[in-house]
Write a protein of this length. Structure first.
Length: 409
């Protein structure tokens, strides 16, 4: 039987995923299966919380000897990775636990990698540069956005290169993900919006990514492009976010909305972990480094302009997004596709994502630099459904700077 790209799919996932209110109580039991000496990576805000103290007590009650690293900064600077690794490399760590937002989870991935294979961290930038298995990783997200708890990706900020960088390897997929929406209840609206916009971008970009033949998985790619399995997660996640993300932003005490946003972020992680992201993420790497703005906000600003650039290559998918988001629309497929793009625009606008890069602090004289640096993220550029070069990336960046959301057809 011939396997066509239309019927081809791949899934990569943790060994165990636990989802539900109160399920953080599983942390100690799960950790005990992987090791006794545990490193916990978190940030100062979480480290001071009662919920975090209870998690540490649970670990200790299950026999863990716990070291806590609580100095994780937003957007994960390389200096944080180096400092944590330097402090822990001789501690005999057997299992690494990330508790927090994407930066805390990614610090756990990065340190598990360095404890296993040594530094420096930039040896591993790009795809498939990790030489083998790393220490077991357990991920406990406290936001609904990055999906890092199930992805093969670690994202960090490298000031030496004036660029955000990514490490992509199946070895970085956590062994266990514990997703407890109760941990998101204290997220302020701004963080809910930033993390939520990240989830939206993961779902849209994976659903509209390039579609490669089945041989792509044999080529050793981490991001193989859209496929039947990643598409199913993207559809599910977008359907959840359509209602839940605005509700969680506007009514933070809506527990069902919080749960659905975290579940959608998880779905986005599954989708992007195989299909990959594309132009919005490639451009956000240099923009994030230049403007020091939250990753989710940056990709959220870029996504409407990337969608318009990609629309001619993904008419059917954008038309389907309109249906998933419940937009009543008639007319030809192109009309429906525009309705899908407009619906994503409205979703991002409703949660307060700025409409232009200018509002993030980018300056007009930086546009060419952003395009040139974005082109260096080859794994993301190659994943875009419509071919990209420096001129195309410049036009997307220019449009996002000026707020030009003109008709793509």
């Amino acid at each position: 039987m011939t396997i066509t790209s239309a019927s081809f799919g791949v899934q990569r996932a943790p060994r165990t995923v636990v989802f539900g209110a109160g399920q953080r109580a599983m942390l100690g039991r799960q950790t005990a299966e992987y090791g006794r000496k545990a490193l916990v990576c978190t940030d100062q805000r979480l480290a001071a919380s009662a919920e975090f103290a209870a998690l540490i007590s649970d670990l200790e009650d299950h026999g863990a000897e716990v070291s806590v690293w609580s100095d994780t900064a937003a957007e994960l600077p390389v200096a944080d990775i180096d400092a944590c690794y330097g402090a822990m490399k001789d501690a005999g760590i057997e299992v690494v636990i990330g508790i927090g937002g994407g930066s805390c989870l990614d610090l756990g991935k990065a340190v598990a990698l360095l404890l296993s294979h040594g530094g420096p961290i930039d040896r591993y930038y790009g795809e498939n540069a990790v030489p083998g298995p790393v220490l077991p990783i357990i991920a406990v997200p406290t936001t609904g956005g990055t999906g890092s708890e199930v992805t093969p990706v670690c994202v960090l900020s490298d000031s030496r290169r004036e660029l955000k960088a990514g490490i992509s390897s199946a070895y970085l997929i956590p062994s266990v993900a514990i997703c407890d929406p109760e941990l998101t209840y204290s997220c302020p609206p701004g963080l809910t919006a930033s993390a939520g916009a990240d989830a939206v971008s993961h779902l849209v970009e994976s659903f509209t990514a390039i579609q490669r033949p089945p041989a792509a998985v044999g080529e050793g790619r981490v991001f193989i492009g859209k496929n039947v399995i990643s598409d199913s997660y993207a559809r599910w996640g977008l359907g959840l976010l359509a209602r839940a993300l605005p509700e969680a932003f506007e009514h933070p005490d809506d527990r069902q909305a919080r749960s659905d946003v975290m579940l959608a972020a998880n779905a986005g992680g599954y989708a992007l972990g195989v299909a990959g992201t594309a132009a919005a993420h490639a451009l956000q790497y240099p923009i994030g480094a230049l403007t020091h703005t939250a990753h989710g906000v940056g990709v959220g600003v870029l996504l409407p302009y990337v969608m318009r650039y990609n629309a001619p290559a993904r008419v059917r998918e954008f038309a389907e997004i309109a249906a998933i988001l419940g937009v009543p629309v008639s007319g030809d497929e192109e009309t429906q596709a525009l309705a899908g793009i407009d619906a994503i625009d409205r979703l991002l606008d409703r949660i307060g994502i700025p409409p232009t890069l200018k509002e993030l602090g980018l300056t007009e004289d930086q546009l060419s630099y952003v395009a040139a640096m974005g082109l260096k993220s080859a794994r993301l550029v190659d994943n875009n459904p419509r071919p990209l070069d420096a001129d195309a990336l410049y036009e997307i960046t220019r449009a996002a700077y000026a707020g030009d959301r003109s008709n793509p057809f």
